[in-house]
Design a protein around this ligand. Sequence first.
Ligand code: HAM
Length: 413
Amino acid sequence: MIKALRGMNDILDEQARIYSQILNVCERVARNYGFCLIETPKLEQTALFRRSVGESSDIVGKEMYEFSDKSGDSVCLRPEGTAGVVRAFIEKKLDRSGGVHKFYYQGSMFRYERPQKGRLREFHQFGVECFGQSSVYEDASVILMLAQILRELNVAATLKINSLGDEECMPAYKTKLVNFLQEHKDRLCEDCQRRIDTNPIRVLDCKNESCQKILAAAPLITENLNDACAAEFTQLQKILTQNGQKFQIDAKLVRGLDYYCKTAFEFVSSELGAQSAVGGGGRYDRLVEFLGGRKTAGVGFAIGIERIAEILKTREAPQEREGIYIGALDEAFVSTAFSFALKLRKFCKTQISYEPRSLAKHLKAADGAEAKFCLCIGQDEFDRAEVWCKNLEDQSTFAIKFKEVEAFFKDRA
Ligand code: HAM
């Protein structure tokens, strides 16, 4: 039997309901914050991710679905959404138009990771990217926007923030950190030893306990920021506090992608296992330029839909009935039922059975379909130009004249 690939899931039934519930909230909130939809290809040139996510990151080093296409070009299934949006932004010359551009997107991302709870090889993100806005208010705004999404979905999560400095203070900090790491090299795990040369700040979030003990004494980026970065980080904290957003400063939060500067953040949930980040993001003021565009500020985030769905799955599903189920009692009236369904679907959810059945069977099917009303048409009803109807919420039954059906259900179904 042919099965789905490991770490890749089908989304249907209850999972699909939760999935669209999450997306509906995300899209509505994103539009309220002034973001517009963008859709970029799932397949891009490999070079795009190598340059943006970073050669030394785990994503590029180990996790990319990378292959040669039929003309021998190296292409890659996107492991994340930011790089593609930045590429499109530059390709459409928006970097030259100036002003602020705000995009939201959703869709599949692909990372060849070891699958486990909350970690898939094909997963879905909802993300936003804001270009051309260097004010720290926008950092706060995207953080508060993600907080609003989680609140509306009733997902409790802790916000962690950090500042990764800029092109002035980060290199100086890296040198300090590398010196510290070299001193303790022998006691660090193999991965950390390798990262001292390739990507030293990633050593900070090593999960290995003995490494963490050593790192407790490591210099912290938050204590090595230049004045401008330190002032912005303080202001970010002030804006969050003024707007009722709690946070923890985590000086070891470095994120797995290399393009960040200044603000980095993550929301983590205690309802998930080891893969506890429900979403994260930060500022990337150098990325547009790095990919060949004009220097443009950027800030954004992405959330993992499956991880949020995992939390929502444990909640009780709403038992609300919705819409109409319609069926015919004889073959001769299937076409009448069909015409009514088309009219009703202009304003409410309507499910139809093409199979003539008894009243009892239609009622059972309507109940299973979680409809609010069950409508049936047989010879008697047709002769009286009426539809038989049962309200499956209060169990009342009644008849409605053909010509009154639409008006009757307009506000009720
Ligand atoms: P990221 O932290 O790599 O950031 O991913 C964002 C979210 O995607 C994570 O917090 C997590 O919920 C989910 N996620 C990541 N990997 C997996 C996986 N293997 N299985 C299931 N869920 C996963 C980014 O991707 C950045 N592009 C975010 C960003 C946008 N930064 C600025 N703008």
